[in-house]
Design a protein around this ligand. Structure first.
Ligand code: NDP
Length: 337
């Protein structure tokens, strides 16, 4: 046994509705010595993501459920601090799927080397990683926006949404973002360069609010939220509009069947295309993403924000914050601070 103690986060119980801190427990383990070709990774940042809510249910989602009483997992970046593997020397910074813990022992399988000349390491959990790729492929491959079209984005100041807005601007679109706070709206206008914003929490009639901000209708609605947002988007879509269905976070904590949008029949007459997608559908095309990301970044066209909570004990709070909207940009937890 080594003398290193690693704290981890365990799923103590499955949430009923919105998750609370009581659904999680912090556990300490003493790490074993390295064997064979193993390396020891000291995690520096871990990601909390909305899709993890689906994994907290016992039933099937698009990723396997977390087991209760077991350490959770998810995206993390860390530094190799001990190595018995010549392919993975001490000092390398790596991206991997064993977050929710301070340290991880790996055989090297499933590690991706992080190139910090592209972006700071934690950005590989956000704008330069899975959420950035989700925005890129969802908007460009599924939404297929054309110059001068109107793109409406929900959860627009989040990890995915913020990037969608900026890529749509790069492609010459008129962009309107929907968010839940004035601070988020201001960031979108001042930094991300969107054309207009809706603070949905201040609107009693979201359909009318979207109509006012999108006088020529909506050609692409990037769906992150579902529920009333989908209803409002459908009502404002133009003929042959596209709706890349990325996520529906307003539905993730439902305890029973939810009311659907009231106006689904509009899909027919307006000839709309709604298509769900998962970022991994585009795993073969990540070179395209990094080529464009680097070019746009160097041209100063990509900005991002991070909400970083320090210490693994704050990981449950960070996760729950995704559902209350406490994050501006990518929600992260800094580990081993
Ligand atoms: P965000 O950084 O956008 O954080 C979540 C945000 O969602 C909150 O800040 C909040 O913003 C908004 N939100 C939460 N609850 C509600 C609600 N009830 N009604 C309206 N808005 C709400 O998260 P991500 O960028 O990581 O994820 C955004 C979406 O993309 C999610 O639906 C997620 O599941 C999906 N996703 C899908 C992937 C795929 O492969 N298909 C991959 C990654 C993400 P606000 O304050 O503005 O309300």
């Amino acid at each position: 046994m080594s003398s290193i103690i690693s704290r981890t986060v365990v799923l103590k119980s499955r949430p009923d509705g919105v998750p609370t801190a009581d659904n999680f427990a912090i556990r300490e383990t003493t790490l074993p010595d390295l064997e064979g070709n193993q390396v020891l990774i000291k995690n520096r940042f871990m990601s909390v993501d909305p899709y993890m809510r689906g994994r907290m249910r016992a039933g099937k989602s698009y990723a396997a459920p977390f087991a209760t009483g077991e350490v959770m997992n998810g995206g993390a970046v860390g530094e190799i601090v001990k190595s018995c593997n010549p392919n993975w020397p001490v000092g390398d910074v790596v991206l991997h799927m064993n977050g929710w813990r301070e340290y991880h022992i790996s055989s090297g399988i499933g590690l991706t080397r992080v190139d910090e000349s592209i972006a700071p390491m934690q950005a590989f959990l956000g704008v330069a990683g899975m959420p950035g790729q989700t925005a890129y492929f969802g908007l460009l491959r599924v939404g297929e926006p054309k110059s001068h079209e109107t793109v409406l984005v929900s959860a627009a100041a989040g990890a995915v949404g913020g990037m969608v807005c900026q890529i749509a601007k790069i492609k010459g679109c008129r962009v309107v973002g929907s968010v839940g706070s004035d601070a988020k709206a201001q960031w979108l206008l001042d930094e991300a360069g969107v054309d207009d914003v809706v603070n949905y929490r201040q609107e009693s009639d979201l359909t009318a609010a979207v109509a006012a901000k999108c006088p020529k209708g909506v050609d692409v609605y990037f769906e992150n939220v579902g529920g009333a947002h989908l209803d409002a988007a459908l009502a404002n879509m133009n003929l042959f509009g596209r709706i890349p269905c990325c996520g529906m976070i307003s539905q993730y904590n439902n305890q029973g069947p939810a009311a659907g949008p009231s106006n689904m029949t509009l899909i027919v007459g307006k000839r709309l295309k709604l298509q769900g997608f998962i970022v991994s559908d585009f795993a073969e095309e990540t070179d395209d993403f990094y080529r464009d990301f680097q070019q746009w970044r160097e041209a100063g066209l990509i900005k991002w924000q991070e909400s970083v909570l320090p210490g693994i004990e704050r990981a449950p709070e960070a996760f729950v914050g995704l559902f209350t909207g406490s994050n501006q940009g990518k929600m992260l937890v800094e580990l081993n601070v």
